[in-house]
Write a protein that binds this ligand. Sequence first.
Ligand code: ZN
Length: 350
Amino acid sequence: MLQIPWKTKGIVLTAPQPYKNEVKDVADFIEKILAPSGVNLVVLQTRYRYRFQRHPECMGYDPLSPEDVKMLLEACRRCGIKLIPKMNLLGHQSGLHNTPSDGILHGHAVDGVTDFRDGLLRAYPMLDETPGAETGFYARHLCLSHPLLPSILFDLMDELLDVFEADAMHIGCDEAFNIGLCPRCAGTPPHILFSTYINMLRDHLAERGAKTLMWSDRLLSSAETGYHAYEASANGTDGAIDIVNKDIVCCDWHYESHDEYRSVGVFADKGFRMMISPWKDRESAGKFLRYAIEHDRGHIDGYLQTTWCSSGELARHYLYGAPPQWHNTPALIETLNEHFLSPDAIRRNA
Ligand SMILES: [Zn+2]
């Protein structure tokens, strides 16, 4: 396990599935495996999977109850871990379930495959940037100019902040390709649409005393950084980096192997604080970590590991030795074991 020189060691976990009785296992995973590994931040990928009171129509599949959230929150607090909710507030509004089905709406529905709309668009299809499309080019997007959007989103965000008792929220906003396509948005440059929207979300969270974290790929130029059009923007949003509020924490995710991670320097030059976020590939995670340590100009807050599998699947593996289910999970486990989790914590529970 590489020693991380930053104050934050975090992990993004998908919300456990109450229907499969996973909440207690994930709480145990946090206490028995993550805490002894030095983890001090859990970002819970909740999306719409919560029993919202003000907008129950927006509930996602297999939602968490307030009691489920409290169980996770208490486990985190017992071991000094901060728990914050994560939503996807731009793209990733639809998709396919992972295989074997684990309730995680994260698979990519490409052209010709019918996608499942997540909670908000299922309830309010008029908020879709491309409502008439057969498929959302693997993931549907919200229309950033729809006048109904802010009031609904703010209600949903407020409820999650309240139940998580959180002083921060991760707003997602990665891989946003479908920007400026509808008649309301057309004519406004993508970086203006994007930055206006991000600042609106940030201001709402700040009014509630909460910090904003986001995936920062849309703030990077693909041409200037050399990253492909998923890890950085080729759709004109990158000019937003000069407009969005500098107190947003940029979560810089890169899953491919690169010789240089130029985004580390970009965020320092532009005056942002950042975290680095690798995923399942052991080699690229190691390269990214080493590059960031070498090129840190005091602007890196931490290491935020992504997982994207079911958190119940991870918990069952580390607590009971259950074999991984999703095809990406074995590689992820290798990476977690090498770079992220303490060998003692794994051994004690083996
Ligand atoms: Zn629009």
